[in-house]
Structure formats: structure tokens, C-alpha cells
Ligand binder design. Sequence first.
Ligand SMILES: [Fe+2]
Ligand SMILES: [Fe+2]
Length: 358
Amino acid sequence: MSKSINRRDFLKRGSALVAAGSLPLSLIEVAFGVSSAQNFTFAYISDSHITHIKGNRFVRNWDRGLIRAVAEANLLDPKPDFVFYGGDIAQLGKPEEIDHGLELLSGLSGKVHYVMGEHDYYADLGDYWKQRLGPDYYSFDHKGVHFVVLNSILTHEEWMHGKWDTGMDRMKQMARLDNPDGQPFMVGAAQRAWLKQDLDKIARDTPVVVFSHSPLQKIHKGWNFWTDDAEEVQALLKPFSKVTVLYGHVHQIQYNQIGNISFNSAMATAWPWPYPSTYSQVKTYLPKLTVEMNRADPFFERDATGWQFINMHTGNVDVSYVLPDNRNRVVAFDTSAGKPLDTQYQAESKRIPPQTHY
Ligand SMILES: [Fe+2]
Ligand SMILES: [Fe+2]
């Protein structure tokens, strides 16, 4: 355990911060919706970017981040009902990387659901990932909540299926930030039609949680913190009273509320991206509610990386962000405000000041 984490203390602190929660997490048994959903939790791990060097060698730091998250998820009490993996298992979509990542993830007890990331996809258009993990979009119901998994990292057909010497050439184009030849991510018409059909069967007061890799909102196009058909997907989710979108890809804490939809990002286990605002000097490149996480300290290799523990006791999502070398955060849905709030970081005086010892 690092200096900053004691798991039991974290859960105590986390549950105290959640909503009105002065109750311990295990005692919160609030039913929600007509479907009488039960209280439950799940864990969320994302963006491990397992990187093959050669032979059986992989980049050590990225391996360590995933190994740590798997170990922590297995120790959780209460035990999560399942684990979600938010995409980008691999760095360049190689079978060796996907295999190695899944081997490390096989240490998790219980069911794991997977989302496709662009780093898993663009080398072979997802063939190997699908061979190992099955369909890249589907839905399921769990204890009164409707969960939807989308593949949000598709792009224009003519680019995906264009003239490439190798799939790796295409992968390397898509892996770059600020690539003028890059392409925007999208869910695409076929999945949107499927989603419409899927949601037509669901009562409007059923809590809905959607998993995507890219944000289903438009944040910063140059880095593909972006989904080109976000508004069309949001429109399909509009009739529901409790909707949350959970996404990976951005490697940082973000949260937002657009109409009826709450948005929560996941941190990476590999490395943190900077906030677009620090790069572009344009504040509007952040989701409006987000209070930035403290920036990474280069003297701590796990700083500003981590994984998530999610509590579904209200039908909305409360996300506990676990940072091995930094202060944990809890972004909980505030029912009176009608949006997710970071109860601790909201006050300026409670934020961590930037490091000064570089
Ligand atoms: Fe990623
Ligand atoms: Fe990604």
C-alpha cells in the first residue's frame, strides 16, 4: 500500500462523501425506480495501453498500473458485482498486447465487461479483440439498471477501409494527438439504429448507464476528446430520467451534466493526459462542471493514474477515483443540484496546490 491509501479508510471516507451519505456504504439500501433496483457497486478499470517491446517483454510501468488496479479491485468490500474495462487494453492493437493485457486482467474475480478503444481497434479493425472478447456493442440488465456498451471509436468508412499498406500504418495515424490527418470518432448510424431499438423496450424511469470509450460529448476535437455524432446519441437517451455515460480515453477526471445525462470519465492505469485547457489555454475545452485533478508529479510513476469504484445506490452514478500516489476523489451525483459534483474539490481551499519541486 502506498503512503496515501488505506483501503478501508478510503471506503469510509468515500461513502461519507457520497450524496447524503453519513451512512456506511454497506447500510445504504435505497430502492429506486419502479423496477425496485437494488443497491450495488462495480469497479471500473481503463486505458492500460499494454505495450509490446519484443519477445515476451512489455513496458513495465504500464503493466504495473494494471496489476495494481486488478489487485485493488479484488480487495474491495463490498465486493463489486462486476468490473468494467473502459478500452485501450493495447497500445498498438497487437495480439501480443491484447493477450498480455487479458492475462493480467484474468486475475480479476467475477465478470468483466469490455469496451473497445481506438488502440484496440485500428490495427485490424477490431478482429482480434472481438475474437477474444465477443461483440463490441450490446446491452444487459442488472438489478434494475439497463447497461449499454457502445463502440464509439469508429470513423468514416472510407478512411477505415481506405488504402493502407498495413493495418499498423492506420493504427499509428489514429494513435497520434493533434494529427492533421486524424479522423473524428463516431458511434455511427448502424449502432445508433440498434440503440434506438434497444432503448424502445425500456421503461423511461429505468436507470440507464452507457459505456463508451470516447466521451459522448464534444470536448476537444484535436485529441479526439470528442464523438462526432454525440448529439444524435444524446437525443436517443433524452427520454430517460436517470442516464449516465461513463467513458475512458481521456486519462483524467472529468464530469459534466448535459440535460438529463450525467457524464463521468475514468482515469487510466497507464499515464495521465494533461487537460486540454492547459495546452490550448482555452477554458471551454473542459466539461463545464469539471474541477481539474492535480497534475502528475514526475517523481511518482503512478501519480494521476488510477481506477474507479462505482456506487449505484440511487440509480445515478457515484464515482470514487482511487489514485495510488495522490488524493482520492469522489464525484457523486447530487440529487438536489441534479448534477455530479466533487464534494471535496468544489471548494478552492480543499484542492491540492500544484507541485513546486520540479
Ligand atoms: Fe487511452
Ligand atoms: Fe483511447
